[in-house]
Design a protein around this ligand. Structure first.
Ligand code: SF4
Ligand code: SF4
Length: 218
C-alpha cells in the first residue's frame, strides 16, 4: 500500500521517542557539543601522515613515492620530493616529502590514498571539528598539520594499527637478517690471489742452421 514505509518510519520514531524516557538503548541522540560520543573504530574523515618515534620529520614513514597523489580521484594531494634522503624504519635511505599538502575542501574521504600506499604512511583520521571561515588556506593542510604519531593512529584504529605494527616489525627483522647475511657473505668471500709479478724471459739467441743468417744474394 502506498505510504506504508512512511507510516513504519513514523511508528519507529514514536517508539524511540517514548522509549527514550525508560530505555537508554533508545537514546539515539546526544547533546553535542557538550557531550561527544567516541567515533566507531572504522569511522573516517580525512587522511593524515603517520610518523614513528617522537620526531615528526625523521620518523615520517612517507617516502614521497607519489602513488597516492596519482591515484587520488579528485587530485587533492600535492607532493614535492626531497633532494636528500633519510633512513626509513629499516635503516634504508629513502626520499621524503619536502612538501605534502592535502586540500580537505576537495577530499572526499574515499580512502584510496590509504589503500594504495605501500609504506603504511597515510591513514584515515577521525577528527571532524575542522570548520573554519578561511575557505582556502584553512582547509589546505600541510605536512606539519598532517603528521601525527603512530600512538595517535593506535588510539583511533587499534586493531588496524596492531596489524600494521606487526607487519612492519616482521619486515624490519627480515631486512636486518638480510643485511647481516650480506655482510657475512662478503666477509667470507675468498680474496683474489695476487699474481706474482714475473718479468718475461729474455729472448734466447737461436742456434743451428736456421740461426745462420742467409747469404746475401746479388
Ligand atoms: S581520501 Fe580519497 S579524495 Fe581524500 S586524499 Fe585520499 S584519495 Fe584523495
Ligand atoms: S603517503 Fe604513501 S603512497 Fe603517498 S607518497 Fe607517501 S609513501 Fe607514497
Amino acid at each position: 500500500m502506498l505510504g506504508t514505509g512512511i507510516i513504519k518510519g513514523m511508528v519507529e520514531t514514536a517508539r524511540n521517542f517514548v522509549g527514550s524516557y525508560t530505555d537508554e538503548a533508545r537514546l539515539t541522540t546526544s547533546e553535542y557539543p557538550e557531550e561527544k560520543l567516541s567515533p566507531k573504530e572504522n569511522a573516517r574523515t580525512f587522511p593524515f601522515l603517520v610518523f614513528d618515534t617522537t620526531d615528526s620529520a625523521a620518523g615520517l614513514r612517507c617516502v614521497a613515492c607519489q602513488i597516492c597523489e596519482k591515484e587520488c580521484p579528485p587530485k587533492c594531494i600535492y607532493i614535492e620530493k626531497s633532494k636528500t634522503k633519510k633512513p626509513d624504519y629499516t635503516g634504508k635511505p629513502q626520499l621524503f616529502p619536502a612538501v605534502f599538502d592535502i586540500d580537505i575542501s576537495v577530499c572526499m574521504s574515499c580512502q584510496i590514498c590509504v589503500e594504495v600506499c605501500p609504506f603504511d604512511a597515510i591513514k584515515m583520521d577521525q577528527a571532524f571539528e575542522l570548520s573554519t571561515s578561511d575557505r582556502f588556506g584553512g582547509l589546505l593542510l600541510h605536512k606539519e598539520d598532517l603528521a601525527k604519531p603512530n600512538d595517535y593512529y593506535i588510539s583511533i584504529h587499534p586493531s588496524e594499527a596492531r596489524e600494521v605494527d606487526e607487519r612492519l616489525a616482521a619486515e624490519k627483522v627480515k631486512a636486518e637478517a638480510k643485511a647481516k647475511a650480506e655482510a657475512a657473505g662478503s666477509a667470507s668471500e675468498p680474496k683474489p690471489a695476487i699474481a706474482p709479478t714475473t718479468k718475461p724471459a729474455p729472448a734466447q739467441p737461436q742456434t743451428g742452421a736456421s740461426a745462420t743468417p742467409a747469404p746475401a744474394t746479388t
